[in-house]
Write a protein that binds this ligand. Structure first.
Ligand code: FAD
Length: 294
């Protein structure tokens, strides 16, 4: 189908975009990569009167490493940049790796970090990765900016903490400690499809391989990505081996009431959470760390 009629305005600055969003109220929507918004228009699932294009705002693009080592990414940074950047491979390897699971190259060339986070599809990789990395969202409206941690940004199916006439302008990824290992696993029906279920994990260890902290996130299984604190606690303070990984995976499954839809039953998703947690932790503790577990 063709989209309904809409006005199109290319904003030259964040201030202009915010003024337009405020002026047109509910009828206006920001346009980022258009990879979710334009299909929604074509299917007549959305009918905004005005699209405010963010692609013309230089201040929303680009990325820098702050003095404290955190990576500050503009909301309009494309998925493909994260996939191909040597700096991201070095500083945020889980993100570099996971990008290959986001749709297809053509979509990754257009789709943006901010667009994915604001769209808030529970099966999308970005909200889960930001939660695993404990990222902070920088939101801006006409009154100024505010920061929201990833765990408070995704509020449910296609719902976020964004207020009216507010833009996501940056995402701040804290610097990684030296001894951080990571794992990322998902199951999708075909390569490039949204995940039926996925797990992202970070495991921090000391010089003696004792786990000093872990963040395990499941996505695609409930209405938003979920930080699995009880599962992480099965690793913390221990040298994680097979039994700790099994216990963490068991706790991950127990913590979630998985959803059912036409892609998969709730029971299948629960099985996947346990299996993918095991795989992601195995990956973290064997392939992506500085020493082997056990
Ligand atoms: C065939 C297909 C397969 C896909 N598979 C996957 C997949 O496997 N995994 C995955 O994660 N994604 C997938 N996607 C979605 C893709 O990653 C999109 O790029 C992403 O969801 C939206 O990003 P966008 O930049 O295109 O945003 P847009 O589509 O332009 O916008 C999405 C929404 O966010 C709002 N918005 C955008 N930017 C901002 C901002 N800075 N501040 C406030 N609001 C904003 C828009 O108004 C809109 O409501 C797929 C898409 C297609 C078409």
């Amino acid at each position: 189908m063709k989209p309904p009629v809409f006005d199109y305005i290319a904003a030259a600055s964040i201030d202009e975009a915010l003024a337009l969003l405020e002026q047109h109220g509910e009828g206006a929507r920001p346009l980022a990569g258009g990879q979710s918004l334009m299909p929604a228009l074509n299917f007549r699932l959305a009918a905004p009167a005005v699209l405010v294009d963010l692609n013309t705002i230089d201040a929303l693009a680009g990325m820098e490493v702050a003095a404290d080592g955190s990576v500050v990414a503009g909301a309009m940074t494309r998925h493909r940049f994260f996939e191909t950047s040597a700096m991201i491979e070095q500083r945020l390897p889980i993100i570099h790796h996971a990008m290959a699971s986001v749709a297809h190259v053509a979509i990754r060339n257009r789709g943006t970090l901010g667009g994915s986070l604001c769209h808030a599809d529970p099966s999308a990789e970005w909200p889960a990765l930001c939660l695993a990395c404990d990222a902070e969202m920088v939101l801006q409206n006409r009154n100024g900016t505010r920061r929201v941690r990833a765990e408070s940004f995704s509020l449910g199916l296609f719902a976020t903490a964004l207020g009216p006439a507010e833009l996501l302008v940056q995402v701040v990824f804290p610097a990684w400690p030296q001894e951080r290992r990571w794992g990322f696993q998902e199951v999708a029906r075909r390569r490039g499809d949204f995940a039926i279920a996925g797990v992202a994990c970070l495991v921090d260890t000391d010089a003696h391989n004792v786990c000093t902290g872990a963040r395990i996130v499941a996505f695609g299984v409930t209405d938003r990505p979920v930080l699995l604190l009880d599962a992480a606690a099965a690793l913390t303070g221990r040298v994680p081996g097979e039994s700790e990984v099994q216990e963490a995976a068991h706790r991950a499954r127990a913590a979630l009431a998985c959803r059912a839809d036409h892609h998969a039953s709730a029971e299948y998703r629960s099985e996947l959470v346990e299996a993918l947690t095991t795989r992601a932790l195995d990956q973290a503790l064997t392939a992506n760390g500085t020493s082997r577990y056990g």
